[in-house]
Design a protein around this ligand. Structure first.
Ligand code: F6R
Length: 367
């Protein structure tokens, strides 16, 4: 049942290339320049009238939504905001008929996300669900569904569902951009071609996990660590931190790299591990200066970046892990993989039950 893997989590990490391919299947026309969504109720007229997007979810799905917001803002230039469902449902959210609400849920059964969906609908928003379970409550009650085709996810720690949610956001973001005319066909074709390359790029990372495994063993001796990054790197940092906490029980915090000096820098002391994501090239120098801030306080820094930056970054960090090159808007689909593996191997090194971490359930159907 685990397909030769020791744990469902590792199996599901390895299923990501297939999940990416399956989620894209039939959603790009044969020219490779346009995204197609067959049965959306959301009309082109409605899309043109959208004034704001609210992305609502819990946990890892919320983290996928953080990337989704960045994708939509970059490609479509519509204001988008994120909220966790348990907050959204009780804050009397400001919704108009021109608000598109996107709920994200692997299971489609999370109680708070379902309640948030109902709240948004009752206020007149069009609600689109990104979900992995087509027959779920959330899929049934949403106005539209964009299915992720990750297949059943058994491990409590979500991996392939998260990354397939990213693919869904890329596709849907492209579709909105196409309809609203905020992207040229050439630019869309470039993104689609880069998406087509993602599965093999993930495979190449999965074929070579020794360095991450070694680093996981190193951090498993620590009780606290930090993840830092800017932009989408910050979004992925938050997911990496959650993954590590939930299965290795090592405490970590994800910080927007530029925010550290507003308080948290006080916690950086000799030997504390800091994992810096540095893939967003427009802010690379800014991230490097934040890396230097923590280095100067004795942090032990591991950076995740592109190969071409490794030599230069190694002047300021202790270790570097290179990920394959892609477009800035798509990086999360690659940079999350080493963080999933890091959490997995850290949990393994500490002898925890990787697939069934303490206190947690796969599907949270109570408030
Ligand atoms: C973490 C994890 C949870 C879920 C969250 C939402 O690895 O799995 O944080 O992401 O409980 O669940 P869904 O996506 O089913 O609504």
């Amino acid at each position: 049942e685990k397909g030769g893997f020791d744990h469902f989590m590792l199996k599901e990490i390895h299923e990501q290339p297939k999940a990416y391919r399956d989620t894209m299947l039939g959603r790009v026309d044969e020219s490779g320049r346009r995204v197609v969504f067959q049965d959306l109720k959301l009309t082109e007229e409605q899309i043109k009238n959208i004034r704001n997007v609210q992305i609502v979810a819990c946990g890892t799905a919320y983290h996928a939504g953080l990337v989704g917001r960045s994708v939509i803002e970059q490609l479509v230039r519509i204001p988008a905001e994120n909220d966790v469902a348990s907050e959204y449902r009780y804050r009397d959210p400001i919704v108009t008929p021109e608000t598109l609400v996107i709920v994200v849920s692997q299971s489609g059964e999370t109680a708070d996300t379902l309640a948030a969906l109902r709240e948004a609908k009752s206020k007149g928003a069009h609600v689109l669900a990104i979900t992995n379970v087509v027959g779920s409550s959330i899929a049934r009650e949403a106005d539209d569904v964009v299915g992720t085709l990750a297949g059943p996810e058994i491990a409590v720690a979500s991996t392939k569902a998260y990354s397939s949610q990213l693919i869904a956001f890329y596709l849907f973001g492209l579709y909105l951009a196409q309809v609203r005319g905020t992207i040229t066909e050439d630019a869309a074709a470039e993104i689609i071609a880069a998406m087509d390359a993602l599965p093999e790029q993930v495979e190449s990372m999965l074929a070579n996990t020794e360095a991450i495994k070694g680093y996981a063993e190193q951090i498993s001796k620590h009780q606290h660590l930090f993840f830092i990054g800017r932009g989408q790197d910050y979004a992925v940092a938050q997911e990496g931190s959650l993954k590590l906490k939930e299965i290795s029980y090592i405490h970590s915090e994800a910080y927007a790299a530029g925010e550290l000096k507003h308080g948290t820098l006080a916690l950086i002391e000799e030997g504390i591990p800091v994992i810096a994501l540095a893939t967003q090239e427009d802010v690379l120098e800014k991230t490097v200066s934040n890396i230097k801030e923590v280095k100067a306080r004795g942090a032990d820094v591991m950076v995740i970046t592109y190969e071409e930056h490794v030599v230069n970054l190694l002047k300021s960090v202790d270790q570097a892990f290179a990920i394959p090159k892609t477009l800035p808007v798509l990086t999360a689909a690659l940079s999350v993989v080493p963080l999933q593996l890091l959490a997995y191997y850290a949990s393994l090194a500490l002898g925890h039950d990787v697939d069934k971490p303490r206190n947690l359930a796969k599907s949270v159907t109570v408030e």
